[in-house]
Design a protein around this ligand. Structure first.
Ligand SMILES: Cc1cc2nc3c(=O)[nH]c(=O)nc-3n(C[C@H](O)[C@H](O)[C@H](O)COP(=O)(O)O)c2cc1C
Length: 260
């Protein structure tokens, strides 16, 4: 059964490592007979700045309230066509892959701007007009998978558990947990390639092979076992006292004992 894969990428240079990975992705899913949708953000000249021009008919012209105006623009079908098109692609996708270089420990601004604008209120948050009822495991993207493919300039040891930069999974937690799991995606483990600034062609070929092998079975992978808000683990927005007692930090929101 063919699946639909959306590939969102943020790099203007066709010869970059990021874009070479994108080509591998498109090729492999094409070969497997899946439908591949693309969002080539630089080529699309994606408008990265979320501002008042995104709200043609304001509810309140005295003070710009992004959440209120976003919700109204989405609900009344007045969104700009670039935003509506990306939302349709997301709704069509079974799997969304984000390809980007690590820039200042996060995603390039053009991709952040894609999230800011495409994730409208009523769509990716405030789903069904129910505030925070549907989030962290529930939401519009429930049943879909997503993953990050990240090119990292620094060496792997700098991102090790005691590495000077901090572990990559923790640095990217606001994206995997906050941006993908929040609206309901099952999030797969981030695919990182380190030392990209100095990578030799032969090493790059090895990395492409590893990526291709991973994509072969991507629909069978177990997602990261983030705790679901509506699973009973939380009381309101707080993790129940008996779970990870005495601990805090990001890792308590991952259920490493689950059999997911
Ligand atoms: C604006 C900018 C910010 C960067 N920030 C980081 C960073 O935070 N950590 C890191 O390891 N490398 C960083 N780098 C290096 C990139 O990750 C590296 O150039 C990239 O992975 C190379 O892949 P590419 O060929 O797809 O561009 C940065 C590079 C640029 C241009």
């Amino acid at each position: 059964m063919p699946k639909t894969v959306l590939v969102v990428y943020a790099h203007p240079e066709p010869a970059s490592l990021t874009r070479q990975f994108v080509r591998e992705t498109i090729q492999i899913f094409g070969k497997q007979g899946h439908i591949v949708l693309q969002s080539d953000l630089y080529n699309m000249e994606w408008k990265a700045i979320f501002d008042e021009s995104d709200f043609p008919c304001r509810i309140n012209t005295d003070r710009l309230d992004f959440i209120q105006e976003s919700g109204n623009t989405y609900a009344t079908d007045q969104q700009s066509p670039d935003i509506a098109t990306e939302q349709r692609k997301l709704l069509a996708a079974d799997l969304v892959i984000f390809h980007f270089p690590l820039w200042w420990y996060g995603m390039p601004a053009i991709l952040k701007g894609w999230i800011d604008r495409v994730y409208a209120h009523g769509f990716a948050y405030g789903y069904k007009g129910e505030g925070n009822r549907y989030r962290y495991g529930d939401g519009i993207f429930k049943g879909k998978r997503a993953l990050l493919s990240v090119m990292v300039g620094g060496p792997e040891e700098d991102y090790a558990p005691r590495g000077i930069n901090g572990p990559l999974d923790e640095l990217l937690f606001p994206i995997t947990h906050g941006t993908l799991f929040f609206p309901g995606f099952d999030v797969l483990t981030t695919h990182a390639v380190y030392g990209t600034g100095k990578i030799e062609i032969s090493a790059a070929e090895e990395e492409f092979a590893v990526w291709r092998a991973r994509l072969e079975h991507i629909f069978d992978e177990m997602p990261i076992p983030f705790r679901r808000q509506n699973s009973g683990d939380y009381q309101g927005g707080i993790l129940a006292d008996h779970i990870c007692s005495g601990k805090s930090g990001l890792s308590i929101h991952i259920d490493n004992d689950s059999s997911m």
